[in-house]
Design a protein. Structure first.
Lengths: 258, 321
């Protein structure tokens, strides 16, 4: 079974710097594998271990994603090889552009049985790219997938919807966006880390994918700012539990909420 | 070519559909078109959409058995191409997100995901949403139409129901999907569905609650306050102690109650973004430096296992008076 797992490399949100005017800077942010994409990688690797075949990790973005530390981090989590499409034209790409580039890369990888994505990317978390990718590839595509069982050319999935669990059967190839609780991602061990350095990394350009021009953006980000903080009273209540409870109950009455 | 003025809404959830209609009205007040609801369900649901304020309903009838809501994508894509609305607002449930993403790809656009507000810059539409897990607010401008957007519950306020709606119901026929998934089984998980965004008071336990059985204590507090139970994401996803529809935050419910009481909640941006517009915010936490403690009106420093029982007693004593 040939599996592709899509993982986004993005600046870490906890490194956001807020300037005094409310604008934000990501200049000093460290780039990482999206924390919700780790589950997709884990799911892909487990399926390969159970059914044989290979896992190709795929990531697209600006040039800075082509960094030895990121490459090693991805490969030490179990994929057999890595495909990177790293061009600055893809900096801040919208979901439509990203999905088109991923679709072209999946086609070039060829004979893919299953594509997995995370629940959402670390920076945007729009939960969109996997669905767009499936539709562009014109194959069955589902989100919120919390269990995957493969047999022959079929896959049985469980979807964790808001109020129900749904079990579906679909033909392969398919694109599945997995939930964050499908598996706990492994921590790479020493052996995997050493092995990672020897695994193949393919660097493809947009031209290699037959995309002579970068796909046209459909959405433009006009501003990015820190959320406006809401003014709060910030009354700290200390003391014994009884005292604190009495005091809080009094405030709640005064506020008219009880 | 039509005028590209109408705004369509689609949600498999009638309550959310009412809110989307209110959101669509904000858009048509600029575009000058009509609000139209695409309804997949019984005729009564189509009539309900008119009562909710839709000026027209595109009615598909009931979902054929063995089909999924998501199978609507080819039908929606064909109708959008044919009738050319300004845009489609889709309810941001899991199924709704799937419909929006697939529809956007078919139409060659990018969906605006989890929109919190629409704005207009002259004649250009802008959409505000959160990125970086609530750490930043981004304003996006779609560069190509039709506009496909998703919004969750609690963003737009549904209008009053109209007693004698005038709109028309126009039948829409199914376009066969190119592939189909076989439905093997459906298991309902939640005992009762909850509309958190309608709750006036909300009690929200977080990871500070050590064991699932201790949720009984938090429920008792919720009862004493006549509040609805919510939770942080890890309690619903991962631990599975509470249904997913009860968690608050960027990927969960957005609420604006009169009272939000967080018990053992640290207050990460991904969570607080869903409750920051609450009127009164209370936090109970043993760590006075926890972010929620510094972003609340009343911050009680203490062990929830001691403070909560005392608070229940205090509230009951006041009620008894
Ligand atoms: C992209 C993304 C999206 C996310 N979306 C959401 C979302 O929509 N909603 C959401 O909630 N989270 C979301 N998260 C997760 C979020 O980042 C936090 O991890 C989560 O909200 C933390 O939950 P918590 O406050 O319950 O737990 P913790 O952060 O573990 O906090 C527990 C708190 O309990 C306190 N405590 C412990 N014991 C006691 C005691 N005995 N008495 C009193 N206090 C005690 C501790 O001091 C601590 O402050 C998201 C994360 C990401 C990356
Ligand atoms: N630039 C990218 N490279 C590889 N995979 C991506 C990229 N962007 C998004 N994805 C995948 O699509 C999922 C959903 O992304 P998003 O729609 O941005 O939330 C992510 O969890 C990734 O698995």
């Amino acid at each position: 079974m040939k599996i592709v797992v899509c993982a986004k490399l993005a600046p870490d949100a906890s490194d956001i710097e807020v300037r005094s005017d409310g604008s934000i800077s990501l200049e000093r942010a460290e780039w990482r594998i999206g924390s919700f994409d780790l589950q997709a990688i884990e799911a892909a690797v487990r399926l390969r271990d159970a059914h044989g075949g290979s896992v190709t990790a795929l990531s697209v973005g600006p040039q800075r994603i082509n960094h030895s530390k990121l490459r090693k981090d991805l490969l030490s989590r179990g994929p057999d090889e890595l495909v990177l499409v790293a061009e600055d034209a893809l900096n801040g790409a919208d979901t439509a552009v990203t999905a088109q580039v991923l679709a072209a890369a999946v086609r070039k990888i060829g004979a893919v049985d299953l594509v997995l994505t995370g629940e959402g990317s670390a920076d945007l978390y729009f939960q969109q790219v996997g669905l767009q990718l499936g539709e562009l590839l014109a194959v069955p595509v589902f989100n919120a997938v919390s269990k995957i069982e493969v047999s022959d050319s079929q896959v049985r999935i469980e979807r964790s919807l808001e109020e129900e669990t749904e079990v579906l059967e679909l033909p392969l190839p398919a694109v599945l966006a997995v939930t964050t609780d499908i598996h706990t991602p492994r921590l790479p061990n020493m052996k995997e880390i050493l092995l990672a350095a020897k695994k193949p990394v393919y660097e493809w350009s947009l031209a290699d994918l037959g995309l002579e021009n970068t796909p046209e953006p459909r959405v433009e980000a006009v501003s990015l700012r820190a959320p406006r903080p809401v003014e709060r009273k910030r009354i700290l209540i200390e003391g014994s539990p009884e005292e604190a409870a009495q005091s809080l109950a009094g405030y709640l009455v005064k506020e008219g909420v009880v | 070519m039509a005028d590209d003025k109408d705004v369509w809404v689609f949600s498999e959830k009638p309550a959310l559909q009412a809110e989307l209609i209110a959101g669509a009205q904000q858009l048509t007040s600029h575009t000058g078109g009509q609000v139209m609801a695409v309804v997949l369900g019984a005729r009564s649901q189509a009539e309900q959409a008119l009562e909710q304020g839709a000026q027209r309903v595109l009615w598909l009838g009931e979902l054929p058995s063995g089909r999924l809501v998501e199978d609507i994508v080819p039908t929606l894509a064909a109708s959008v191409q044919d009738k050319r609305p300004f845009g489609v607002i889709i309810g941001a449930t899991i199924r709704g997100r799937a419909v929006a993403g697939r529809l956007a790809a078919r139409l060659g656009v990018a969906a605006l995901a989890d929109v919190l507000e629409f704005q207009w810059d002259d004649s250009a539409l802008l959409a505000r949403h959160m990125v970086f897990g609530g750490g930043a607010v981004r304003i996006d401008r779609p560069l190509a139409g039709p506009v496909i957007a998703t919004t969750g519950q609690g963003i737009f306020e549904a209008g009053a129901l109209q007693a004698r709606p005038k709109g028309e119901i126009e039948p829409l026929s199914w376009v066969e999907p190119p592939w189909q998934a076989a439905v093997i089984e459906r298991r309902s998980r939640a005992v009762s569905s909850v509309n958190l965004s309608a709750a006036k008071r909300v009690v929200c336990p977080g990871r500070g609650v050590a064991r699932q059985e201790d949720l009984g204590l938090i429920e008792e507090l919720a009862q004493a306050l006549s509040a609805e139970m919510a939770c942080t994401r890890p309690l619903a996803e991962g631990l599975g102690w509470l249904p997913r529809e009860r968690y608050i935050g960027i990927s969960g419910a957005m609420i604006k109650p009169d009272l939000y009481l967080g018990v053992g909640v640290s207050g990460q941006a991904q969570h607080t973004i869903g409750m920051s517009e609450s009127r009164v915010v209370v936090a109970i936490n043993k760590d006075r430096a926890a972010p929620l403690m510094t972003q609340s009106d009343y911050a009680v420093e203490g062990d929830l296992y001691q403070v909560v029982p005392a608070l229940i007693r205090a509230l009951k004593a006041r009620k008894a008076k």
